[in-house]
Design a binder for this molecule. Structure first.
Ligand code: MG
Length: 386
């Protein structure tokens, strides 16, 4: 088929040009991928999927408004095509209602990617995956990340480069300090010395919330961003807290009120001296327009929105509505964090510190250098499996 041949020819040429000129240090996987003699895409190659459970062990017990945990269960996913493998991760934090190791595994067992012979048909493939079952955004996200990693490796290009995103525009990441005792807040704030922005988890009692911020302020005057995780139930109380936080050098507030309290939240946003961001209120692309006028911005997380394909669409939609964008994560390995980092040049705030909060990361990938998200030149999501 001439069409198939032309695309393959283009991909090989792109990879070769990138290796020669624009990309200074493509990794081994990239070079080996670009030199391979692939069967023509769409001519008999099959996408195969493997997955296995993995537990991300947390450096500190992680407590936010509502619950605590010491591990985050995940499923590590691999998609292979013609001997090249892309990596993905489906983290399963307990607040993802209806999604756990059992249900996510059952979902993945329903997925048959052998019906596709061209991994670059990402829209067809991910539409199919999304259509299998309602919800299940975490395992869908794991497949999306692995598929994007795979096509990046097949092309020999990092995703940020394929999408035209400037790696110089990545933001600094915030570093999260969960709820804790005064002594532990001091310790965690000191441990956060390499990071330029701190993210404090609030949303319990007024006394405890104010203790956390006052304690951080005893240690440092760094900018703080706040995530109240729906913890404040009354709009007048929420606004009073935001005004108090504003005077403490806080820069923004994420999800102060319950996720469906739209009218009260719109009132808080209208009166707030700080920009507001919706996290639990904002799951997928279809939520973005609903939140226009409710929050100033949205918090995109790959496990909420099924992955990179939809995250890019959410950024475009939010920008068209004049809204701000942040990208967050959960306690994930460098696999999912490096995937989120690929789109970070397009956001206002980033909270991609999940890999820094676990002790058994099974990948290396994007790094935080002097507080800033730093992308590498490796193809796909830019990770190496350890
Ligand atoms: Mg949040």
């Amino acid at each position: 088929m001439p069409t198939t041949f032309n695309r393959r020819d283009f991909l090989k040429t792109s990879a070769a040009l990138a290796a020669l000129s624009a990309v200074p240090a493509l990794g081994t996987a990239c070079n080996s991928a670009s030199k391979r003699a692939f069967a023509p895409i769409g001519k008999g190659g099959k996408i195969t999927m493997k997955f296995r459970p993995y537990e991300n062990e947390l450096a500190h017990t992680f407590t936010i408004s509502g619950y605590s945990r010491d591990v985050t269960k995940t499923i590590q996913i691999e998609l292979s095509y013609e001997g090249v493998t892309g990596y993905g991760e489906a983290a399963l934090p307990p607040y993802m209602i209806g999604q756990n190791l059992e249900t996510a595994t059952a979902f993945l067992n329903k997925v048959d990617l052998s019906r596709f012979d061209d991994p670059f048909m990402t829209d067809d493939i991910l539409d199919y995956v999304d259509s299998i079952e309602e919800g299940m955004s975490c395992p869908k996200c794991g497949i999306d990340i692995a598929l994007h990693d795979l096509i990046g490796r097949l092309s020999g290009l990092p995703l940020w480069r394929m999408w035209g995103y400037n790696p110089a525009n990545t933001p600094c990441t915030s570093f999260t300090i969960g709820m804790d005792t005064k002594e532990m807040i001091i310790q965690k704030t000191l441990e956060a010395a390499p990071y330029k922005i701190l993210k404090a988890k609030l949303g319990s009692t007024e006394e405890n919330d104010k203790m956390i911020i006052s304690t951080i302020r005893e240690v440092t005057d760094k900018p703080i961003v706040i995530d109240a995780n729906q913890g404040w139930k009354d709009k007048y109380y929420a606004l009073d807290m935001i005004n108090w936080l504003y005077e403490k050098g806080v820069k923004m507030i994420e999800q102060p009120m319950p996720k469906t309290v739209y009218d009260d939240m719109a009132w808080v946003t209208e009166n707030s001296p700080l920009p507001t961001y919706g996290d639990e209120s904002c799951q997928r692309l279809s939520d973005v327009t609903k939140l226009h006028g409710v929050f100033n911005g949205i918090n995109i997380k790959l496990i909420k929105c099924t992955g990179l394909r939809e995250a890019n669409k959410m950024i475009t939609t939010a920008r068209a509505l004049g809204m701000n964008v942040m990208i967050g994560c959960t306690t994930e390995t460098s696999c999912a964090c490096s995937a989120a980092a690929q789109i970070s040049p397009k956001v206002d705030f980033a909270d991609i510190d999940g890999n820094l909060l676990i002790t058994n990361d099974c990948f290396t990938g994007m790094k935080i250098v002097d507080g800033k998200i730093t992308l590498n030149d490796l193809p796909g999501i830019g990770v190496t499996k350890l």
